[in-house]
Ligand binder design. Structure first.
Ligand code: SF4
Length: 236
């Protein structure tokens, strides 16, 4: 009965205290993504080959049972906006189960963002829009969509944030400088330090690339902090 509503969801993380700002949340993972970031740690989620490890009924039972201990549900991927059932799923989690919903998105589908009634949005801005095709495997020009999604983030004030994964070869001083005008008006930016592992989609990409230091991260934090209300480095 709930198969269609939960189409694309392959797994559930039962709780997290760091993914949804100010809330204890469960995390639902969609499979499949329209990018191929070299630094992605979820290769099978990105290419959509992850098999479901939990059924919709089990998810609903868990969320119903844990209502006293959890305040929110984080929906992530992969890329959730690839699925037309997303708006209905968010509506169900909010109105039938009574949860606040946070959505993680790469921002390439502003139309779907507009149609979905999430309470909090975390959007990735991975590098300058011009580099999405050559470095991140985007199949089409993305600038227009990214800019529209950025406007949605700005309109949500403190209920939205931009995340930048600081991966070597993808983010550097010149990228940060180019992003500053786009970020103006965003409430919060979170810089996520890149952690190399053999599981990344394209380990060769990082072979001869100088690593990003804490000094770089804090210089970028200060620079971005000049145009947004809050900027932080995750885990530092
Ligand atoms: S947007 Fe990039 S990091 Fe996120 S799931 Fe897709 S390929 Fe992985």
């Amino acid at each position: 009965m709930y198969e269609q509503l939960f189409r694309g969801i392959v797994s559930l993380q039962k709780n997290s205290f760091i993914d949804y700002p100010g809330k204890a949340s469960a995390i639902l993972f969609f499979t499949g993504c329209n990018l191929r970031c070299p630094f992605c740690h979820n290769a099978t989620l990105a290419d959509g080959t992850t098999e479901p490890t939990i059924s919709p009924t089990e998810i609903i039972e868990y969320l119903t049972k844990r209502k006293k201990f959890l305040d929110g549900v984080t929906i992530t991927g992969g890329e959730p906006t690839l699925y037309p059932n997303l708006p209905e799923l968010v509506h169900f989690l909010k109105n039938d189960l009574g949860y606040s919903v946070k959505l993680d998105s790469n921002g390439l589908n502003p139309t779907m963002l507009e149609q979905t009634s999430f309470d909090f949005l975390a959007m990735d801005l991975k590098t300058t829009p011009e580099r999405y095709e050559s470095q991140l495997g985007a199949q089409e020009k993305v600038a227009e969509n990214l800019l529209k999604s950025l406007e949605i983030v700005k309109s949500m004030g403190a209920n939205a944030e931009i995340r930048i994964t600081c991966a070597p070869g993808i983010v550097d001083d010149s990228v940060i400088e180019s992003l500053l005008p786009l970020l103006k008006g965003v409430h919060a930016v979170r810089l996520q330090p890149f952690k190399y592992s053999d599981n990344v989609i394209d380990p060769k990409f990082f072979l001869n690339t100088p690593m990003i230091t804490d000094e770089d991260l804090f210089r970028w934090k200060d620079r971005i902090g000049e145009v947004v209300n809050e900027c932080s480095v995750r885990g530092k």
